[in-house]
Design a protein around this ligand. Structure first.
Ligand code: ATP
Length: 312
């Protein structure tokens, strides 16, 4: 077998531009329409040969990510990704994975899924046997879908529409760059808890969940690069549930809107809030206002769309 010394892969966070949540299905999942957008907050995963599977997690240089809640054993999604690639290639999962995190943990930006995607790419390269066909992009996308609904998008990057559980993806035309500000919060929100709260709120209101449909206004705004129209079309059906579980997020959203953000929403299941600005300068203003209002653990700037998991 061809032996590679170490492979590093950079992988972006995502924000959901639209997250439409349909009724709960018999299998416990919801039908979703999910417009994913990859933004320039990156984790980096380095895979190197080892005599067993080892995971090390660090905050990326200059990032203040709280890595306390990230498992270092088999619970880490990157470890599961490494095992899946090894099983598929018929090799032992002997690899040391160093994860440098800049994506907020349990923040609704799919950091765990991003690390899994990066580990898939890194391990596939590390164990690439020149005598056998390498894993294709489609193979990795299929392995990613086994790991979680957000993993295939972290491989793909850019902007894409996901249907089903969110994992069946179609790339979307998006003219960027769009300028984003993210306000992180102390303490994560559990994704299953937020979906549960969404169902509870809908039951209590006696509202049947509508079938999810992609927003034409959103897709048009992306295709033309119209930040103002995109800001108006941002939508997240999980937002009422995230606000119900974390009422303080209402102040965070209001502070960004007051500072001139073109759109403000909870990212995925939260608690990170995302703000779209009209330009880099406007984003600086929104970021400064959020800092001054003291409504965020950390205020981060990013642009999107950016590519998915990429070897360095
Ligand atoms: P999503 O947006 O996909 O719902 P999230 O951004 O809210 O995800 P993650 O940062 O992916 O949340 O982490 C959710 C949980 O997954 C963490 O609390 C942690 O226990 C677990 N986890 C497993 N592997 C990782 C990883 N590599 N990085 C971060 N969390 C991980």
């Amino acid at each position: 077998m061809h032996v590679t010394s170490a492979v590093s892969v950079r992988v972006p966070a995502k924000v959901n531009l639209q997250l439409a949540v349909g009724p709960l299905r018999g299998d416990g999942y919801h039908d979703l329409v999910n417009v994913f957008h990859a933004v320039s907050l990156f984790d980096e995963v380095t895979a190197a040969p080892a005599d067993r599977l080892e995971i090390t997690v660090r905050a990326a240089p200059r990032s203040r990510v709280d890595i306390g809640g990230v498992p270092v054993g088999d619970g880490n999604l990157a470890a599961r990704a490494a095992r899946l690639v090894a099983a598929r290639l018929g090799v032992e999962p002997h690899v040391s994975l160093l994860i440098r995190k800049a994506i907020p943990v349990a923040g609704g930006m799919a950091g765990g899924s991003a690390d899994a995607a990066a580990a898939l790419v890194a391990c596939a390269r590390l164990w690439d046997d020149r005598d056998a066909p390498a894993l294709t992009r489609d193979d990795l996308l299929a392995l990613g879908a086994e790991l979680g609904s957000d993993v295939p998008f972290a491989l793909l990057g850019g902007t894409a529409v996901g249907v089903g559980r969110g994992e069946r993806l179609t790339p979307a035309l998006a003219r960027g760059p769009f300028h984003w500000v993210f306000a992180t919060a102390d303490g994560g929100l559990s994704t299953p808890a937020v979906y549960g709260e969404c169902d509870r709120l809908r039951d209590a209101a006696g509202e049947p969940a509508p079938d999810p449909a992609v927003s034409d206004a959103l897709m048009a705004a992306l295709a033309t690069g119209d930040a103002k129209a995109l800001g108006a079309a941002l939508a997240n059906d999980l937002q009422p549930a995230a606000l119900s579980l974390r009422p303080s997020l209402a102040r965070t959203l209001a502070a960004g809107r007051d500072a001139g953000a073109l759109g403000a929403l909870v990212s995925g299941s939260g608690p990170t809030c995302a703000f779209l600005a009209g330009s880099g300068e406007d984003a600086d203003d929104v970021a400064a206002a959020l800092d001054a209002a003291d409504v965020a653990a950390q205020v981060l700037r990013a642009t999107g769309p950016v590519p998915g998991a990429t070897p360095l």
